[in-house]
Design a protein around this ligand. Sequence first.
Ligand code: 5AD
Ligand code: FES
Length: 357
Amino acid sequence: MIEELLHQENLQKEEIIRLLSTTGEEMKQLFARSLEVKLQYLDNKVHLRGLIEYGNRCSKSCLYCGVRGGNHKVHRYTLTDEEVLDCARQAMDLHYGSIALQSGERSDKAFTDKITELVREIKRISNGQLGITLSLGEQSEEVYRQWFEAGAHRYLLRIEASNEELYYKIHPRDEHHDFHKRLHCIETLLKIGYQTGTGVMIGLPFQTVEDLADDLLFFRRMDVAMVGMGPYIPHQDTPLYQYASQIPSADERLNMTLKMIAVLRLMMPEINMVAATADQTLDPLGREKAIMAGANVIMPNLTPTQYREDYLIYPDKACVSDAPDQCQSCLDIRMHAIQHEILYDAWGDSVAFTKGR
Ligand code: 5AD
Ligand code: FES
């Protein structure tokens, strides 16, 4: 019987594992309860972040990622300033209240100064209206501060796996991939005052249900405002692909992702949680299912279509050829079909964060 657990506020590890292990009717019961909790705290509103994939040059070589520095098949690109600003204008035209700027990791000064300039410029052309989320990897405290002062107010840095041992199974063990540095970056972002998001991939080789329960406890302990979790999707041109036959099936990975979202919604009712595009890669209705399990944010892609094929961090990414305006009407229809409503012209800050101020 899981009824009692579904109404418990301070779930402990064994209880989390029990909920993550549900199947059939019990799993449905879990989703029904997490939807109820979400509607109670956050209503049926869905927030949008227009995603701009700024560039795919990357100094890291994460073993799962299609655009890892070590993959020489990838054509490398960086958007021009004008292309980025056009994306921002498009976000405004489509009434998206926020954008998210993401790219491969680079920490050279030319890059970090360019981002500062772009953040300022986006703020300027939108009269401060567009909210800006950055997802640009590990940086020094000074750089994080510089970008914050320029006007970025949210930052996403997934820990990818909160178990250090697992982290080193999916990253090379070298100076570019340091678990403690990554952890420290998340702490720095929180200290500076960013609305900070983190997250993990689900269904990784070597990952256990204990690891996943620890991931959820990690999010709660860090008291983050946002979480983005999605299924791991093996990419053929990466070292981790050799274990592809050992991971759970696509259905199992998606179901586990939905259960992770649902349990976290019970644990942290007011945070923002993304319905990841990777959900849709595994199931055409994957994002809708994530919203019904407790997610409340979607990141429609604004990247100019000619670059999208070069940003395939995993294969078969959804919506690679959809123009942004098509994407908008498609999302409206999809959200209405599940009795949800997109909130336009709003930053959509995390309620958890706003209350903590
Ligand atoms: N499958 C699923 N997600 C992936 N990411 C990177 N590679 C993959 C993959 N093969 C995720 C990471 C990263 C985010 C931008 O994309 O979690 O933080
Ligand atoms: Fe670029 Fe992981 S490969 S950050």
